[in-house]
Design a protein around this ligand. Structure first.
Ligand SMILES: Cc1cc2nc3c(=O)[nH]c(=O)nc-3n(C[C@H](O)[C@H](O)[C@H](O)COP(=O)(O)OP(=O)(O)OC[C@H]3O[C@@H](n4cnc5c(N)ncnc54)[C@H](O)[C@@H]3O)c2cc1C
Length: 383
């Protein structure tokens, strides 16, 4: 057999999986349909938030601790920084999902944190304005951001150094699993390959390459804005922690100025536009800009100068917005990773390790991923 493992999709998750498999001595082939890196999927736009008091579910926190450690390992391997610490703010109504969830995670996992009211938040970080009365925030000092495209390149370099073969501009058309869990054949637009194991990390294209994820991995158009701050000092990484902010009009996230000369932010589920990945509208329009600018003008007026950039990107949502990390129920030699519903990049480093666990030997992993298994959507009678 030519390869021990083929990884389909060398974006955030796949580049990490390729490294973890290769560093365990596996012969790895990574196949990517676009360039490495590229701006057609879910990982472009320079930066992604990382934060520890996870309001989505405290069960992510142990994975996050490992993700941090592995980002630092990657930095050592690559000789460059990929994770910048700014602290994180998770804010919203006192009884809202963001504040309450972050508080629960922080308490349960004994994370260093401070609780701030709206006035204290504004005093500490003067970029914030007009927060609704009753807003509460968790400040956590280890939050920050990962340089997402740089980290893909760093994972690919590290994988190649460990012996992986990576091909860009080669699209996987289909794969066949041999019966009895023994091996796969993968056909691309250039060649055919055989391997013992297959790891599918195709991002927004997951349901195309793994049809059992139809309806369970649904791409959604998302737009990011970068606006020039009128007071750049307030939006520098040293003074502006990454944030999640729950408001009556939606849930927003944002980051300090980095690389692009603008304060970066977006709205979760932007305009609710689900879309097949290949036909996503890639241009941002006037309505995208209006919607995002209205948020900045109200709550971050010193950050709402001229528009510097607008970029469309894809979330891929599961029905409960949690990840899917599992072996294929019919083909144990095939491992699946969903693109993680708009909050997965920070986990790429640890997801790479989990996928390598699932693809090696009997698929045992020391990570607690029970809540991320595919079975939760398939019911007890599924084959
Ligand atoms: C606007 C936006 C903001 C976000 N903000 C955050 C954040 O702040 N923090 C956070 O943690 N997460 C965030 N996320 C989510 C995070 O970015 C995603 O969870 C993550 O990027 C998904 O990585 P992936 O590897 O699954 O997808 P990708 O990086 O897109 O990789 C999938 C790869 O598979 C390739 N591929 C697909 N089909 C084939 C095929 N047939 N053959 C070969 N290759 C194929 C694609 O070309 C692509 O390169 C955000 C997402 C978006 C869109």
């Amino acid at each position: 057999m030519a390869f021990d493992a083929i990884v389909v999709g060398i974006g955030g998750m796949g580049s990490a999986a390729a490294w973890h498999l290769a560093r365990r001595g596996r012969r790895v082939l990574g196949l990517e349909r676009f360039d490495i890196p590229h701006a057609m999927g879910s990982s472009h736009g320079v930066t992604r938030i990382i934060r520890l008091p996870y309001y989505e579910d405290p069960a992510y926190v142990p994975l996050l601790h490992r993700a941090y450690a592995l980002w630092r390992e990657l930095e050592a391997a690559a000789g460059e920084r990929v994770l910048i610490t700014t602290g994180s703010v998770d804010a919203g109504p006192e009884d809202g999902a963001v504040f309450q969830g972050a508080l629960e995670s922080a308490r349960l996992h004994r994370l260093e944190h401070e609780v701030l009211d709206a006035a204290a938040l504004g005093e500490r970080f003067p970029a914030y304005r007009h927060l609704p009365p009753g807003t509460r925030a968790i400040f956590q000092p280890q939050g920050g951001f990962v340089l997402s495209e740089r980290a893909i390149v760093a994972h690919v370099h590290a994988a190649q150094e460990a012996g992986a073969e990576i091909h860009a501009r080669e699209r996987v058309l289909h794969w066949d699993a041999r019966p009895g869990g023994e091996g796969v054949a993968v056909t691309t637009d250039k060649a055919r390959y055989e391997a013992a194991r297959l790891v599918l990390t195709a991002g927004a294209w997951m349901a195309d390459i793994a049809p059992l994820l139809g309806g369970l991995a649904v791409p959604e158009r998302q737009v990011l804005a970068w606006l020039q701050p009128r007071r750049p000092d307030l939006f520098a990484p040293e003074r502006f922690p990454v944030f999640n902010l729950e408001l009556a009009e939606g849930r927003y996230y944002g980051l300090p100025v980095w690389e692009v000369p603008g304060f970066k932010f977006g709205r979760y589920h932007h305009r609710g536009e689900t879309t097949p990945a290949d036909s996503m509208r890639r241009e941002a329009d006037a309505e995208d800009e209006r919607l995002l600018r209205a948020f900045a003008e109200r709550h971050f007026p010193d950050g709402a100068g001229p528009t510097m950039a607008l970029r469309a990107c894809m979330f891929t949502n599961t029905p409960d917005e949690h990840f899917i990390l599992d072996r294929h129920p019919d083909h144990p030699q095939v491992v699946l990773a969903s693109p993680c519903s708009g909050h997965g990049y920070k986990f790429c480093s640890v997801v790479g390790e989990v996928l390598a666990d699932l693809a090696c030997g009997d698929g045992a992993t020391r990570h607690d991923i029970g809540f991320l298994r595919l079975a939760r959507f398939r019911g007890p009678d599924a084959a």
